[in-house]
Design a protein. Structure first.
Length: 149
């Protein structure tokens, strides 16, 4: 029973997160996105469809997965290129400055989520972002730093 409740809560949380993403980037279907450290599965099952996505991952097979989805292998924080939006769904707690620099280097607009960094640290790394908290009851389970424009 408990597992079912957690699964349902996670599904509701993910759905709400995608709603916030769509609100931040209403023009997502026309945007080129880079996902630093993400996975192709994340985008295959996403309820939004950008014009094009490049997933940069340290593992995986590089190439075109779908006409709108490519995978590039390598260090996500070393990736270069210009995109409309940079996404980092799990900001690494061991190297947040490097990841933040990579996000800002790749795009002026971004969406970053972190489960282990606090509000002050995210504000320091992303001073121009709108910060949001994701909660499970009274507990903050992750934070989002977004720069829609």
């Amino acid at each position: 029973m408990w597992g079912l409740l957690v699964t349902q809560f996670d599904a509701v949380t993910r759905a709400r997160r995608w709603e916030l993403f769509r609100e931040a980037f209403p023009d997502i279907d026309a945007l080129r996105v880079v996902d630093l450290g993400g996975s192709e599965e994340f985008w295959r099952h996403a309820p939004v469809r950008p014009a094009h996505v490049v997933v940069v991952s340290a593992s995986g097979t590089p190439g075109t997965v779908l006409p709108w989805l490519d995978v590039a292998t390598g260090d996500p924080v070393a990736h270069t290129g210009r995109y409309d939006v940079a996404v980092c769904d799990q900001l690494p707690s061991h190297a947040p400055e490097s990841a933040a620099t990579a996000v800002r280097r790749c795009a002026a607009r971004y969406w970053v989520r972190s489960a282990s960094l606090g509000h002050a640290e995210l504000r320091r790394l992303f001073p121009d972002a709108v910060l949001r908290r994701e909660r499970r009851g009274a507990v903050t389970v992750s934070r989002i730093a977004a720069k829609p424009r």
